[in-house]
Design a protein around this ligand. Structure first.
Ligand code: ZN
Length: 151
């Protein structure tokens, strides 16, 4: 399987839905209240994601979410991001149905992947990141309920 050719891509297709936007914060619990009050919604309880060395809380925004991320270790990539760039937008996550198949498609199309295989993310879901150099400087995550079968 390869990425859709121009002819295969529907002009009216909605594309992949944005699952969430990831925002790096220094202190999760100090960041959350302003977001909650501003958006009129409560954040999910904090969840630790050991594979990424972060603690996260999600806020529902329409059909998507914000993911606030706080590092749990100085070695976390989020900690390095905060050190270099400060708080701010960290990544965009798209929802896919078959994560392994998507990674295989992207890899064949020459996309530089950070994760060659799905790994366990927050909310019991499977995630994989692609390198910002392949997506205009934006760290891009793909998320699925299942790891998927792949191609
Ligand atoms: Zn994320």
């Amino acid at each position: 399987m390869t990425l859709g050719t121009r002819a295969q891509i529907s002009e009216t297709g909605a594309g992949l839905p944005i699952d969430h936007l990831g925002i790096a914060v220094v202190h999760l619990e100090s960041a959350v209240p302003l977001w909650e009050r501003s958006l009129g919604t409560l954040a999910s309880p904090a969840e630790e994601v050991p594979s990424q060395k972060v603690r996260v809380r999600f806020l529902t925004v329409g059909e998507s979410h914000l993911e606030l991320l706080e590092p749990t270790s100085p070695e976390a990539t989020i900690a390095k991001f905060l050190e270099k760039r400060g708080e701010g937008l960290h990544h965009i996550a798209f929802q896919v149905s078959d994560l392994r198949a998507k990674l295989s498609e992207l890899s064949k199309a020459g996309v530089r992947l950070i994760d060659e295989a799905p790994r366990q993310g927050a909310r019991g879901r499977w995630v994989a990141f692609a390198h910002p150099s392949s997506f205009g400087g934006v760290l891009t995550e793909f998320v699925s309920d299942r790891p998927g079968g792949g191609a």
